[in-house]
Design a binder for this molecule. Structure first.
Ligand SMILES: [Cu+2]
Length: 192
């Protein structure tokens, strides 16, 4: 729609100037540029120091309650999908999970993607092993000061979520986007 209007304006402009090469001047590359700029403004892919990649091995150091944002219910300072972690399809992923929330147990796992977290996220990971132990338990999950490492193969490309399974946590914001990229993209958009 936008492009059509722009091309028409360009054509009319050229016609008014008496230009004759309007067909060549209407290359779509010019009209595509604004969309790319908008995407870049939405967030650059970065490689924060908590993300490392060695061949097919991706290691993510994920801290629950890195900051006190959202009463510590955040992953590396991010909530409500404001951050997107991408790993290449087929990656061997290690998540070193640490809970620095002084008050509350948390968990981490990779579940189906969403834009708004449901009230209850079923504690079933989309990849074997992609969930911390006792993920729904406030007394036996990953307690304040505890750490746990989980490993899994990101075997299928898609848009998933990294989520806390303790009741009420995801819906209160304790989730971020997790993308398994068919194009091999690796890094983080919107890292805090
Ligand atoms: Cu939590």
């Amino acid at each position: 729609m936008k492009r059509t209007a722009f091309s028409t304006a360009l054509f009319l402009g050229l016609a008014a100037c008496g230009g004759s090469d309007s067909a060549e001047m209407e290359a779509p590359a010019e009209t595509a540029a604004p969309a790319e700029t908008a995407a870049a403004d939405a967030g650059q892919m970065t490689m924060p120091d908590w993300y490392s990649m060695d061949g097919e091995n991706v290691t993510l150091d994920i801290v629950a309650g890195l900051t006190d944002k959202g009463n510590y219910w955040n992953y590396n300072g991010a909530q409500f999908g404001e951050m997107t972690i991408s790993v290449p399809v087929g990656a061997n992923v290690t998540i070193n999970f640490e809970n620095r929330d002084p008050n509350m147990a948390h968990s981490v796992g990779i579940s189906e993607g969403f834009d708004t977290a449901p009230a209850i996220v079923e504690a079933v990971a989309v990849f074997d092993g992609a969930i911390s132990s006792n993920p729904t338990s406030m007394t036996e999950g990953t307690l304040p000061g505890q750490s746990e490492t989980i490993t899994f193969v990101a075997s299928e490309a898609g848009e998933y979520s990294m989520v806390c399974y303790i009741a009420g946590h995801a819906v209160s914001g304790m989730w971020v986007h997790f993308v398994v990229s068919a194009d091999g993209e690796a890094g983080v958009m919107g890292a805090m």
